[in-house]
Ligand binder design. Structure first.
Ligand code: HMG
Ligand code: MG
Length: 302
């Protein structure tokens, strides 16, 4: 039996815009967050507190967190890979703190090195104090797990490696995890195997699917995860995105496409598809291109 409702995290402002070649102003990022919350998104991944030398596009993190007008009932999350990032995320007054921080590790050693410059074991050592400090301050903690089906450097990833990372994340107090197909190579049964390995350590309510759509598999993978009872997913408005350390990977699955599929299946999201499409058009116009969403295009040209 499939879930009757789904919660979507729009990661467009972070995962989407981190990879843009052209500069995007803080004002436009804030405008996107506002449009997403007005469309009914209940969770938004706003920015990341990472090294501006590594990801210059997120250097305006504090400005964006300061500039957003928060809507009650919406959860705002940010990426914090280490204590330095966490401290920067809470340097502002309390009302500008994130509701949730995200530590991000990988099921692949090579990707861990390329993305965060340390091994999986070292990453867990770095995350542990971040997780403890966040929980102590009443901030929720999510763990992103990259390369759970495939890695740009190591190829296919065995489910056991995903289970191992999930276990490490659980061990340091991470409350929920994202099973991410960073480069979008996964197919439904492989994604289910990665999910099942994670289910050995986290309850189904504490697992979300994070699918990039490089090979056009993300909706099929979403349905495969739904079959396991997973009801939290991450997606990007207008299909923005990619990861600077995963060459060739395209954006996340478009939120518009996921919402169209879910609503068509009678699954509630609380999202107004027309307003969501407008949000995607807004950011795409700012970037000077068309939204990378089939549903958006189809509905706008009807
Ligand atoms: P490092 O170089 O190993 O860190 O980077 P370090 O501790 O040795 O510090 C080196 C310099 O960076 C120092 O500055 C630090 O102050 C500074 P310097 O003394 O040279 O002037 N620094 C920082 N500055 C700002 N904020 C910080 C910070 N930390 C150190 N937090 C680090 C390690 C993790 C920081 C670096 O590798 C990094 O920033 N990586 C970026 C990773 C990233 O953002 N990747 C994209 C997001 S993950 C993703 O997209 C995948 C996901 O979507 C799921 C999926 O699809 O798979 C989540
Ligand atoms: Mg991603």
């Amino acid at each position: 039996k499939l879930p009757t409702q789904v919660k979507l995290v729009d990661v467009g402002p972070r995962d989407g815009l981190q990879n843009e070649k052209q500069p995007v102003s803080a004002e436009v990022k804030i405008g996107l967050v506002h449009r997403l919350q007005d469309a009914g998104l209940k969770e938004i991944e706003v920015t990341s507190f990472v090294s501006p030398k590594w990801v210059p596009q997120m250097a305006d993190n504090a400005e964006v967190m300061h500039g957003i007008s928060r809507k009650p009932g919406v959860l705002y999350s940010v990426l914090t890979p280490n204590m330095k990032g966490f401290e920067a995320a809470i340097a502002a007054p309390r009302q500008e703190w994130p509701d949730e921080i995200v530590v991000f590790g990988a099921a692949s050693e090579a990707f861990s090195q390329k993305n965060i410059n340390c091994s999986i074991a070292e990453s867990i050592e770095r995350f542990a104090p971040v997780v403890a400090a966040a929980l102590e301050k009443g901030i929720r903690v999510r763990g992103a797990m990259s390369c759970t089906v495939g890695c740009p450097y190591e190829g296919e990833i065995a489910p056991a490696k995903v289970g191992y990372l999930a276990q490490l994340m659980k061990g340091i107090g991470v409350q929920r995890v994202d099973v991410a197909d960073t480069i979008g190579v996964g197919t439904p049964r492989k994604v289910q195997a990665a999910m099942e390995a994670t289910l050995a350590h986290f309850g189904v309510d504490a697992i979300s699917g994070h699918f990039h759509d490089t090979y056009g598999q993300a909706l099929a993978n979403t349905l495969a995860a739904l079959e396991l009872g997973v009801w939290n997913f991450q997606s990007s408005s207008a299909g923005l995105g990619g990861c600077p350390y995963a060459k060739g990977a395209t954006g996340n699955v478009a939120t518009e496409d996921v919402v169209y599929m879910l609503h068509g299946m009678g699954i509630e999201t609380g999202i107004d598809l027309d307003r969501l499409i407008d949000a995607g058009v807004y950011i795409s116009e700012a970037l000077g291109r068309e939204p990378n969403s089939r549903a958006s295009k189809a509905i706008r040209t009807k």
